[in-house]
Ligand binder design. Structure first.
Ligand code: GDP
Length: 446
C-alpha cells in the first residue's frame, strides 16, 4: 500500500529536514515535488491542489517552534494535512453503527469489486472480534453462483447464511432476511446486493428498493482500490443514488497507486472505513487515518518530535499568561488569546466548562448565543483597536468605541457586550490570582 508515493515523499522530506534554514523557495520547490508525487499516485487534481495550498498556508503562518528545524515542522504540517484529507473531521471512521439488533448492513458496489468477499470478511470480523451473531444474505438473483459463493464463504467462516429460495426477488429476500434475523435473535444481518459491471438504472432501482425495505444502519460501498479515480467516481454516483455511509477499498494489497484512498473523503465526503488487503478472510483492516498517514510519510519520529515541541511551546505560553493573571493583569490582548484558544478547543462551552468559577458565565454566554461566529466577531473587534486601547481598555470612550465598531463592521452595542465580558473575566482572574499559586490557577494550568 502506498509504497511508491511513500518513497517519493520520503525523498522530498529527507532533503528538506536536512537543511537548517528554509527559504520560501525551498518550501515551494518541495511542494511542487509533493504535488507531482500525489498526481502520479492518481490523486485527483483538485484534491492535490487544495492539499498543497493548505500546507503552504500553514507553513507560512506558523510560529517557529523551538528545538525543531523548519523542515521537520513542514513534515508535521504535511502529516496533519494528510490525516485531514484522509478523514475530514471524522474522529474514528473505523466504527460501524450496529446497535439496536438486528441491525441491517447493506453492501453495495459494482460486480467484481470484491463485494461478496468483503461481506464475508466483515461478517467474520463482527462475529470473531465483537461476538456478534451475524446473518448474511445474497440478493444477487441474476447470478446463482454468487449466492452459492456467499453460502460457501459462510460455512468456511462459521457465519450463517439465509437459505436460498429460487425465484424470489431481491426485495423479497431482504424482507425474509429481516424476518429471520429478528426471529433468530441475530445482532446484525448483511445484505449482499447484486452488482453490475457498470452503474445502470436497473441496478440502482433495485438497490434503492432494497434500501427502502431494509432501512440499513450502514450502507457500505465496496470499491476496487486499483481503479484509482474511477473508484471515487463510482462512490460519488452510489452516494447520490442510494446514500452511502462508508467505503471499503479493496485490493489495497496490490501495487495500486493509492490515489483513491487520498481523494475519496475529500471528493465524496464519505469516510473509508476498511481496506481489503488480500483474498483471505482475515485480510481486512480498519482504516485509521493517522496510521495511514504515518505509513505514507514514514516519518513518525519527526511527527512526534514536533508534537512534543509544540506542546512545550503551548505550555510556556500558558505559563506566561498565568503569571499575568496572577498579577491581576488581564487586558484585551489576553482576552483575545483566550478567545482564540476557545475557537481552537471547540467553542465557548467546551472551555468555560473546564474553568473553575466559569460555569455560571458559561450558561449566560450560551443563552446569549455564543458560538464560533460570535467568537470570530469578538476577535475582529479587538483587532480593530489600537495597541494602546488593547493594553488599556479603560481609555475607551464613546468616540473611540464608534471608530472600533465601525472598523470591524459592527454596532457599538456589540462592542459594549465584549467590554462587559472583559470586565467580568478580569474580575474573576483577579480573584483567582489572589488565591495564589496553590489555588485555582494551578488547577487551570494542570
Ligand atoms: P463481487 O463480484 O464484487 O462480489 O467480487 P468478489 O467478492 O467475488 O471478488 C472478486 C475477486 O476479488 C475474488 O477473487 C476475490 O478473492 C478478490 N478480492 C476481493 N477483495 C480482495 C482484496 O482486498 N485483495 C485482493 N488481492 N483480492 C481481493
Amino acid at each position: 500500500m502506498f509504497e511508491n508515493l511513500s518513497e517519493r515523499l520520503g525523498g522530498v522530506f529527507d532533503r528538506l529536514t536536512k537543511q537548517g534554514a528554509l527559504s520560501e523557495d525551498d518550501v515551494k520547490t518541495a511542494m511542487r515535488e509533493v504535488r507531482v508525487a500525489l498526481l502520479e499516485a492518481d490523486v485527483s487534481l483538485p484534491v492535490a491542489r487544495d492539499f498543497i495550498k493548505a500546507i503552504e498556508k500553514k507553513a507560512t503562518g506558523q510560529a517557529v517552534t523551538k528545538s525543531v528545524t523548519p523542515g521537520q515542522q513542514v513534515v508535521k504540517i504535511v502529516h496533519d494535512e494528510l490525516v485531514h484529507v484522509l478523514a475530514g473531521d471524522d474522529e474514528d471512521p473505523g466504527e460501524l453503527k450496529i446497535d439496536n439488533p438486528p441491525a441491517p448492513i447493506l453492501m453495495v458496489g459494482l460486480q467484481g469489486s470484491g463485494k461478496t468477499t468483503t461481506t464475508a470478511k466483515l461478517a467474520k470480523r463482527l462475529s470473531d472480534r465483537e461476538g456478534k451473531r451475524v446473518l448474511m444474505a445474497s440478493l444477487d438473483t441474476n447470478r446463482p453462483a454468487a449466492m452459492e459463493q456467499l453460502a460457501i464463504l459462510g460455512t468456511q467462516i462459521g457465519v450463517d447464511t439465509l437459505p436460498i429460495i429460487k425465484g424470489q426477488s431481491a426485495v423479497d429476500i431482504a424482507k425474509r432476511a429481516k424476518q429471520q434475523a429478528t426471529m433468530g435473535g441475530y445482532d446484525v444481518y448483511m445484505l449482499d446486493t447484486a452488482g453490475r459491471l457498470h452503474i445502470d438504472e436497473v441496478l440502482m432501482n433495485e438497490v434503492q428498493a432494497v434500501r427502502d425495505v431494509a432501512n440499513p444502519r450502514e450502507t457500505m460501498l465496496v470499491v476496487d482500490g486499483l481503479t484509482g479515480q474511477d473508484a471515487v467516481n463510482v462512490a460519488k454516483e452510489f452516494d447520490e443514488k442510494v446514500g452511502v455511509s462508508g467505503v471499503v477499498l479493496t485490493r489495497m494489497d496490490g501495487d495500486g497507486r493509492g490515489g483513491a484512498a487520498l481523494s475519496m473523503r475529500a471528493i465524496t465526503g464519505k469516510p473509508i472505513k476498511f481496506v481489503g488487503l488480500g483474498e483471505k478472510m482475515d485480510a481486512l483492516e480498519e482504516f485509521h487515518p493517522s496510521r495511514i498517514a504515518g505509513r505514507i510519510l514514514g516519518m513518525g519520529d519527526i511527527v512526534s518530535l514536533v508534537e512534543k515541541a509544540q506542546q512545550t511551546l503551548e505550555a510556556e505560553q500558558a505559563e506566561r499568561m498565568m503569571k499575568r493573571f496572577q498579577k491581576g493583569q488581564f487586558n484585551m490582548n489576553d482576552l483575545r488569546g483566550q478567545l482564540e484558544q476557545m475557537l481552537k478547543m471547540g467553542g465557548m462551552e467546551g472551555v468555560m466548562g473546564m474553568m473553575p468559577g466559569m460555569g455560571k458565565m458559561s450558561k449566560q454566554l450560551e443563552q446569549s448565543g455564543m458560538d464560533d461566529t460570535v467568537l470570530r466577531r469578538q476577535i475582529a473587534l479587538i483587532q480593530s483597536m489600537t495597541k494602546k486601547e488593547r493594553a488599556n481598555p479603560q481609555v475607551l470612550q464613546a468616540s473611540r468605541k464608534k471608530r472600533i465598531a465601525a472598523g470591524a463592521g459592527m454596532e457599538v452595542s456589540e462592542l459594549n457586550k465584549l467590554l462587559k465580558m472583559h470586565r467580568q473575566m478580569a474580575d474573576v482572574m483577579k480573584k483567582m490570582g489572589k488565591m495564589g499559586k496553590g489555588g485555582m490557577m494551578k488547577k487551570m494550568a494542570g
